[in-house]
Ligand binder design. Sequence first.
Ligand SMILES: *[C@@H]1O[C@H](CO)[C@@H](O)[C@H](O)[C@H]1NC(C)=O
Ligand SMILES: *[C@@H]1O[C@H](CO)[C@@H](O)[C@H](O)[C@H]1NC(C)=O
Ligand SMILES: *[C@@H]1O[C@H](CO)[C@@H](O)[C@H](O)[C@H]1NC(C)=O
Length: 380
Amino acid sequence: MGRLLFLLISPYLYSLLISAVALPTKPEGYHKLRPSAPFKIALFADLHFGEAESTDWGPLQDVNSTRVMSSVLDDENPDFVIYLGDVITANNIAIRNASLYWDQAVSPTRAKGIPWASVFGNHDDAAFEWPIEWFSAPGIPKIHCPVANSSCSGEEDCSFKGTQRLELMKNEIELNALSYSQFGPKELWPSVSNYVLQVLSSENPKSPVAFLYFLDSGGGSYPEVISSSQAEWFQKKALEINPDSRVPEIIFWHIPSRAYKKVAPLFGIHKPCVGSINKEKVATQEAEMGIMKLLVERVSAKAVFVGHNHGLDWCCPYEKLWLCFARHTGYGGYGNWDRGARIVEITQQPFSIKSWIRMEDGSVHSEVVLSPFINRDKST
Ligand SMILES: *[C@@H]1O[C@H](CO)[C@@H](O)[C@H](O)[C@H]1NC(C)=O
Ligand SMILES: *[C@@H]1O[C@H](CO)[C@@H](O)[C@H](O)[C@H]1NC(C)=O
Ligand SMILES: *[C@@H]1O[C@H](CO)[C@@H](O)[C@H](O)[C@H]1NC(C)=O
């Protein structure tokens, strides 16, 4: 049976200088993981490290969050971890400190030698610094130099001044050989962490088993949207690497799109939805700019995973897709619902995506088969 391994689809060299971060240039080849079939991913969502750093309880939350992650990693022994945004609560934290907290958050995974990837949430960089008028229709800010006599030289320095996403990502990547995170195409900056990874079978490395897409859903220094430019990037990439839609695609971002609201169960959680907590309203992105239409139309797109809402952990079908929340992993951030992590398991033959939630106390619940797609509502 297929042993799955992992490959960075478009690895690249990066520069030490933020202003000159290089785009992918050179393939690094295959990254073979310890042999295992199926391929298991743990989602760590909304850790909020560094929150209230000057209080007694702030740092204790982080100790607790570290314990949750270690416990999940011990119980599940995943092949890969995804940090699904709001890794830190960086609002008003200096970049140096923000990167220290980020480092604490990835340390349980690193300590076990497990590779990971991360995608940004709305709390991972500083509060909004650019007025909304700077944003053009496709969601890309106009080149703009805020201070007349500022020290910045090129246009680029001006337009990206202020965001910390690049610095956070630079630190994660530079300090961690196990990190598979990427800056993403420069044309999409300051929306950072737009990239794709592929899961491969060691038996047939030329034939990917699944593509994992990561998209920055904004927030912090950027509006809470997946812009039409990001949607276009997704479409272009998907047509390029998966033209016949043969390979299943799984998508990860932080803030739920508006479609989540359409499928949200009203009271409790009932079939076809599967989950255990439904304690708040879906807090969606500010606008829908095309990504959901693309995903719904692609037969190979199977499921979307988001964090953001700490009091929701359900999966619901939407057209031929599954829309899933992760499970609040951190003690940081609002809400006292018990902590845990959503697990996603990909099996090659026959292809399936299964998911369940592993709690801090070791218990497991809310198992659901996401692919092959079965809308139980219609089949009964
Ligand atoms: C840390 O976790 C323990 C056990 O769940 C809990 O009792 C305590 O309140 C938590 N502390 C903080 C600051 O979150
Ligand atoms: C950074 O963290 C240190 C402690 O780790 C703290 O003393 C300092 O005030 C923090 N700096 C800022 C700007 O938050
Ligand atoms: C910019 O420089 C000019 C000339 O040196 C000076 O008159 C002006 O006050 C400066 N403006 C700002 C915003 O510092």
